[in-house]
Structure formats: C-alpha cells, structure tokens
Ligand binder design. Structure first.
Ligand code: GRF
Length: 201
C-alpha cells in the first residue's frame, strides 16, 4: 500500500515536499495522481513539470456528492491507497470518507484543536499565543477534526507577521507531512478513540 492520491487547491508546496522526499528516497511511496478542484492551481503545474498525472476537476456548480463521486472515480482509477489533502479547500462528503477509511490525511497550519479553518496563522497571531505549529491528522467529516498523527511546534515571535509565522510553520509542515505518511503507510499505528498510538519498531 503506497500509492498516494494528492488533492490540492493552490500553491502545492506540501505536495512538492512529499514529491521531493519520495525522489530522494526518504519516503517509500509513489504519487499516483494529483487532483485539483481549481484549474489554475500552481500545484497542478508543479505536478505536470514533475511528470505526474495531474487532473483538474472543477467543482464550481456541482453538488458535493456528485463532485466527490467524480474525484473518487479518479482516485480508484489510479488505484490510490492513501489520499493526502495538501491545501485542498473543500470539506469531504461522508461517502468520500467511507471510501477511504483511515486512509485520508490532512495538514493544517496550527496546533489543533486551536485555530481550525481558514487563516490559522492569522488566528494564532491575533489570539496572542506564544507557540503555534502544524498538525497532520486523519480526516473525518468535520473541519480540521479527526485523530492527530503528528504535530510540530514553533515559537511565535514578538515581531512576527502572518508571513513570517506562516513561513516558520510551513518548514515544519514540509517535514512532518512525509513523516506522517510514512507512519500510516507502515501500518504500525493504532487508533483508540481520538488517540493515535504509533508503534515503534
Ligand atoms: C498549508 O499551510 C496547509 O497547512 C494548509 O494549506 C496550505 C497549503 O499550502 N492546509 P501548499 O499549497 O501546500 O503550499
């Protein structure tokens, strides 16, 4: 089990970090398909430049069930084992989640459950927290919810702006997303309630 399906809506730097780690032999997986709901997503261009199968499936005007069915078809067509949301700006339907039980991951730029939703870095700055970070978690039907696999913390500095804090967090995102994928692909974990227990070798 190691074929990844990447869903993204924008820049694609997390996808690129995963692709780099695979290319460098640090992550034993392959990218089966990259799908975006936005044709103009820079992440799709990156995927194409890397020679990956990259599909735009525009979501505009389609209801969630129908749209998710179309995406699911492509994921199955490319025999995807693990779905990685990487800046994918849509909630998934129950039917989508049921199609990949404990096989959908997301990365979020805060220490969940603090600051779910949009502009997490801005939320953290405005709240005045001294520590923020990022979270990789299993996806369930709620926004930025689901059992947490890995987190990384970064300091929030007095002179931080949304940009400087985001950049510090992003560096950690690029590191822990591949680590979390490796854990899930290894199968060496269990989920008890909300707690993910990672079984060391
Ligand atoms: C990242 O900050 C990620 O945590 C959030 O959306 C952003 C996507 O960035 N879910 P990129 O497209 O991977 O560069």
């Amino acid at each position: 089990m190691r074929r990844l399906g990447i869903l993204l809506s924008g820049r694609g730097s997390n996808f690129q970090a995963i692709a780099n780690n695979i290319a460098a032999g640090r992550l034993d997986a392959e990218i089966a398909v990259v799908i975006s709901n936005r044709e103009s997503a820079p992440g799709l261009q990156i995927a194409r430049s890397l020679g990956k199968t990259a599909l735009a499936i525009p979501s505009r005007g389609l209801d969630r069930t129908l749209y998710d069915q179309m995406v699911l078809e492509e994921l199955h067509r490319h025999t995807v084992d693990l779905v990685c949301l990487a800046g994918y700006m849509r909630l998934l339907s129950a039917q989508f989640i049921a199609a990949f039980p404990r096989r959908i991951l997301n990365i979020h730029p805060s220490l969940l459950p603090s600051f779910p939703g949009l502009d997490a870095q801005r939320q953290a700055l405005e709240h005045g927290v001294r520590i923020s970070g990022c979270t990789v978690h299993f996806v369930d039907e709620n926004l930025d919810s689901g059992p947490i696999i890995l987190q990384a913390a970064v300091p929030v500095r007095d002179h931080d702006t949304v940009d400087t804090l985001s950049a510090r967090i992003l560096k950690e995102e690029h590191r822990i997303y591949s680590e979390a994928i490796a854990i899930v692909l290894s199968g060496k974990f269990s989920v008890e309630g909300r707690r993910v227990r990672i079984n060391a070798q």
